[in-house]
Design a protein around this ligand. Sequence first.
Ligand code: PLP
Length: 431
Amino acid sequence: GGRGVSRGARSHRGLNQTICMSTVTRNANIGKLAAGYLFPEIARRRNEHLEANPDAKIISLGIGDTTEPIPQPIVDGMVESAKGLGTLDGYGKYGGYGAEQGQGPLRDAIAERFYSHVDTSAADIFVSDGSKCDIGRIQMMFGSGHSVSVQDPSYPAYVDTSVIIGNTGLFNDDTSQFDDIQYMACTAGNGFFPDIDSAKKSDIVFFCSPNNPTGAAATREQLTKLVAKCKADGSILIYDAAYAIYIENPDCPKTIYEIPGADEVAIETCSFSKYAGFTGLRLGWTVVPENLTFSDGSKVKTDYNRIMSTCFNGASNVAQAAGMACCSDAGYKSMLDLVAYYKENALILKKCFEELGFEVHGGTDAPYVWVGFPGKNSWDVFAEILSGTSIVTTPGAGFGPAGEGFVRASAFGHRENILEAVDRLKDYFKK
Ligand code: PLP
């Protein structure tokens, strides 16, 4: 190919074409990332299984993706908004670019619905296209040059975005960890809450409750300890509450701001993805309290606002209408019903694994069940379950080395698939 010949000095020849390379160096931090992101790798293995067994009826308890229809009151909110955008008045009211921080009424509604029992004000709530995107933007705000701690195991985005922004060393094959990042082990032995007293100080601490993947929700006492530790160390806590609505244990706070003083320590990110069951619609929010400061005394909120205004142009009008509906009485009730449905699935899975004699955690305050296979390699267990039952799970090691010996089962399925999965698992493991 003659295309681009003049661009780079070097080229390499494929089968039928010559690709001319650019002269741009690769971001070395991205080069540090180990094998592919967890879920694409699972999808690859699932497809491999399907190619080898074209008749297999795969059931996914793997990626935590919702499956049930969006509740009607929430759909109605979106439809009305979408229709309104086709009218002069409706477009004038909520069309065009919105505020980068989100529509005022939605920020108010989120504050009222989720934070009325704490001091959090609507002015500290930044509506977004989801929590994962916010985690990336939070990293961009902090930039490199910071030490980071994560729970181990944890949602992979905390580590991977820390790698990309340059806050870690290289991946270490001996430890299965990135160097220069603190992995705080959460095991059955410590009740899935890290040993805070022996943890080193770090600038940024990621913490997720209820935790993905272990399903463990932290108690008020545990979070009080965590906030005190961050305060003593001068750290900023990034608290991920994406599954808080699944908590039923009254000892477990639904927001970090239930802990006194957390507004001087913590950013909280949350999402409608798993609340309203619309992962693909993309709507979440992040709370950056007025009282949270950098070491020079400047407000973190000012910088977060700058990042949102620079890299984000506001969540979709229609998605925000869905968010408004979620916060209405009818919408909120429909969310709780949906959450109850998925939690029933979690209970069914939990009972199944318990009956089969496995060590089972989670599933009561979270949509995830964390199943122990002590001494086994979690990718091997994943592969065995896939080949033996055509059920996709998630290998625990994908969430960090302390996840080794576990697989995660997600409760976000249709009931009939969950029941079918239970039959297959009982069939297979009772043999
Ligand atoms: N945080 C945790 C712990 C998650 O498990 C997920 C999604 O699976 C997210 C954040 C991302 O949510 P969102 O869909 O809002 O990007």
